[in-house]
Design a protein around this ligand. Structure first.
Ligand SMILES: [Zn+2]
Length: 350
């Protein structure tokens, strides 16, 4: 295997934008396999001068990046990225929506926890955790409209769904200490959704009110109802995107098992063009080699032709860990990696 990976330092640019020089020389592993496709989650650099934007995109290309997931952009940014041969994707917050208008006009669209508290007025963990309930038809229509609108954007290749899930019923273990929590079980303040719509729909389906179950976390059909609710929404959005001839992808929790357990994502059943699990090993107090296990589980669960790109959280890597993470992702069957976080790592190797 003649693969060289090289990640070089990042200089902080204007407005905190990373102007990293990052190199991922990743030729095809075998002759008849397609080359790797690497992604980056980033802002659009809209405030940079045109020449600086172009230079930034050239650096992405030199670094082996083929697709950019933009948190923000304008027409010019998309056109310049395309000019440099990059794929462009609009990175959207799907169910975590703190829009003032939505909160004010539709507080009933938000998820409700097992204590009866709505994420509109009392979000869990952090003040921006205003999650919409995926079971509401109005929510589905609202998001479908947003995706359709993106579908009409020129020079945009795809739509990338982030926060396409419930609030974490279990947080990544490394974060427990930040909230002074021990989450070995599903605790009522973090267990969603017990809104009127969900309760009525589940009752219709099974005859039972989820709020009256003796032990809701152990109830398989109730868990499945919530997996299905997110899956139905995703597949509806996928249909809208595909009608507009756009790709659709999502950022998800690291493996099918963890994703279901922590945020009720059953992502192996989603009709997406690709899946980008956030295999951020340090969030789980794990070494980079853990990525291979998570990726393998994902690849095995997905349809054979569905590419998986492993999300790597750059700020956590020290020494040779980036290299190990990359090797680990590819060994697990990832078709490339997706980079996230300030590119502070300095690493050179062969
Ligand atoms: Zn609900």
């Amino acid at each position: 295997m003649n693969r060289r990976t090289f990640i070089q330092t990042a200089a902080q640019g204007t407005l905190g934008l990373s102007t990293a020089s990052l190199f991922l020389n990743t030729p095809p592993l075998l002759g008849d396999q397609p080359p790797l496709k690497n992604w980056i989650w980033t802002d659009g650099g809209e405030n940079l001068k045109p020449a600086e934007q172009t230079e930034r995109f050239q650096k992405f290309r030199q670094a082996g990046i083929k697709a950019v997931l933009f948190s923000g952009y304008n027409r010019e940014v998309l056109a310049r990225a395309k000019d440099q041969g990059l794929e462009t994707h609009a990175w959207i917050w799907t169910l975590c929506r703190g829009d003032k208008e939505l909160l004010e006009q539709h507080p009933d669209w938000y998820v409700v926890n097992r204590r009866g508290e709505s994420a509109a007025g009392k979000p869990a963990y952090v003040d921006y955790y205003h999650f919409l309930c995926p079971s509401h038809e109005e929510v589905r229509q609202h998001l479908a409209k947003a995706v359709a609108k993106l579908g009409d954007t020129d020079n945009l290749d795809g739509i990338h769904l982030d926060y396409i899930r419930y609030p974490d019923v279990i947080l990544p273990v490394a974060l427990w200490k930040n909230y002074n929590l021990v989450q070995n079980e599903e605790l009522p303040p973090f267990d969603y959704c017990y809104c009127e719509v969900c309760r009525a729909a589940f009752k219709k389906q099974t005859g039972e009110d989820p709020l009256k179950l003796p032990d809701p976390p152990s109830h398989a059909a109730w868990r499945q109802y919530r997996y299905d609710s997110v899956t139905q929404l995703v597949n509806q959005l996928a249909a809208v995107a595909h009608e507009k001839h756009k790709q659709i992808t999502a950022a998800v929790f690291p493996s099918p098992t963890l994703a279901k357990k922590m945020v009720r994502q059953d992502w192996a059943r989603w009709n997406l063009d690709a899946i980008l699990p956030m295999t951020y090993n340090r969030f789980y107090n794990e070494e980079p080699e853990w990525i291979e296990r998570a990726v393998k589980e994902g690849v095995a669960a997905l349809p054979k032709d569905r590419p998986l790109y492993a999300g790597l959280y750059l700020p956590d890597f020290k020494g040779g860990e980036f290299d190990r993470a990359l090797q680990s992702a590819l060994a697990g069957g990832a078709k490339g990696v997706a980079l996230f976080g300030g590119l502070k790592t300095v690493k050179s190797g062969a």
